[in-house]
Design a binder for this molecule. Structure first.
Ligand code: SF4
Length: 365
């Protein structure tokens, strides 16, 4: 669906490169090339991405060499695989220093890519590895889109067994709070939906409750999904886990989720990471169920991804089941999500924590 907004620059790191300029402005990088060459390059970038310019077979060698240096806005510092090759995780390093992560998960009918929207995060949720780094900077729209295109190019080179050969679903659940980087995240959505041609309904933006951003997203022309990381169903506990709750308490978050549902017709999903003795109690289930029922929301229960340095521990399997069953008995919809990538620091921020030698707590976005 066309949109009149065209956010292009807002460039906090002042860099150029094929993925960093807006697709409509690629000419700027190739002032001496005919327009059909620009179209060919745009096609390589957005329709059939390749990891190196060598693969851009219809471009002249000289042009490929010129593009070589800055084709990607990051370097791939590490790749890890788990779950029999059906989970692939990258650590991307930006030229100005920060590192971000993306995780690709293959399933029988879909491949879901989890991407980062910020380097670090200012919100400091206590259970999150990314939150422990503090905030480095917002990612540019092109840096967000390039994570998707890198994963797509990687899948073309090395498909996952019994999974689609391209990225079918995208979740903004990696490092950072997407709605705290609204302009660039919005522009990345525009490029993915209107230029790359991804279905908006296959993209989910996750938030810990940035209420103004939830309302803005509801008013956008695309029907992307919204996942609200609730993790607690009363304000005292929630504020102790997610400091932002002091500014936007539960009631406000629920109102914004309701506005999103009413405006877009899309139900939000509620994300709930189960931590032993913290938020896996009957009392929390009793408080959560009516919220989910009012919003007609599905609850994704996420067993915590354990690390040796995590203060909070994952709930036992029995407790996870009991929590789910109690929600179901109270008329809420809930499923337990399978954990992927435990052997590769699968939760957001963990690989970065391990690589940079920092203490990582489990992230649970
Ligand atoms: S959970 Fe999300 S919002 Fe909270 S610190 Fe981690 S990345 Fe930031």
């Amino acid at each position: 669906m066309p949109t009149e907004l065209r956010i292009v620059s807002d460039d906090p790191v002042d860099r150029d490169g094929p993925y960093l300029v807006a697709p409509e402005e690629l000419e700027r990088l190739l002032p001496d090339e005919p327009s059909f060459r620009v179209d060919q390059l745009r096609e390589w970038l957005y329709d059939k991405p390749v990891t190196t310019t060598e693969g851009m077979v219809n471009l002249p060698v000289a042009l490929r060499e010129r593009l070589d240096d800055n084709l990607w806005p990051f370097e791939v510092e590490q790749v890890q695989e788990a779950d029999g090759g059906r989970t692939r995780k990258w650590l991307f390093r930006m030229p100005d220093g920060p590192a971000i992560e993306a995780v690709l998960m293959g399933y029988r009918t879909r491949t879901t890519l989890c991407i980062s929207s910020q380097a670090g995060c200012a919100l400091g949720c206590t259970f999150c590895a990314t939150g422990q780094f503090g905030f480095e900077r917002n990612l540019l729209a092109g840096e967000i889109v390039a994570q998707v295109q890198w994963a797509e190019a990687s899948l073309r080179n090395q498909p996952m067994r019994n999974s689609p050969d391209h990225v079918t679903n995208i979740v903004y659940m990696g490092m950072g709070e997407p709605l705290a980087n609204y302009r660039q995240v919005r522009e990345s959505l525009r490029r993915l939906i209107e230029v790359k041609g991804m279905g908006a309904r296959r993209i989910t933006v996750s938030t810990v409750g940035v209420v103004p951003g939830m309302r803005r997203l509801a008013d956008e022309p695309w029907q992307v999904g919204l996942a609200v990381s609730l993790h607690a169903a009363e304000d005292t506990l929630r504020s102790s886990l997610i400091p932002l709750n002091d500014r936007h308490p539960l009631e406000e978050v629920e109102e914004a989720a309701q506005y999103f549902f009413d405006t877009t017709g899309r139900r939000v999903s509620i994300e709930w990471t189960l931590m032993d003795g913290v938020n896996d109690t009957d009392e929390q289930a009793d408080l959560l169920a009516p919220v989910a029922r009012r919003l007609d929301a599905h609850i994704n229960l996420i067993p915590m991804n354990p690390t040796p340095l995590t203060e909070d521990r994952p709930s036992s399997d029995d407790r996870v089941e009991a929590f789910r069953d109690r929600l179901l008995a109270l008329g809420a919809n809930a499923t337990v999500r399978t954990i992927r990538g435990q052997s590769i620091d699968g939760a957001c921020g963990q690989l970065r924590a391990a690589t940079d030698g920092r203490t990582g707590l489990t992230s649970s976005r």
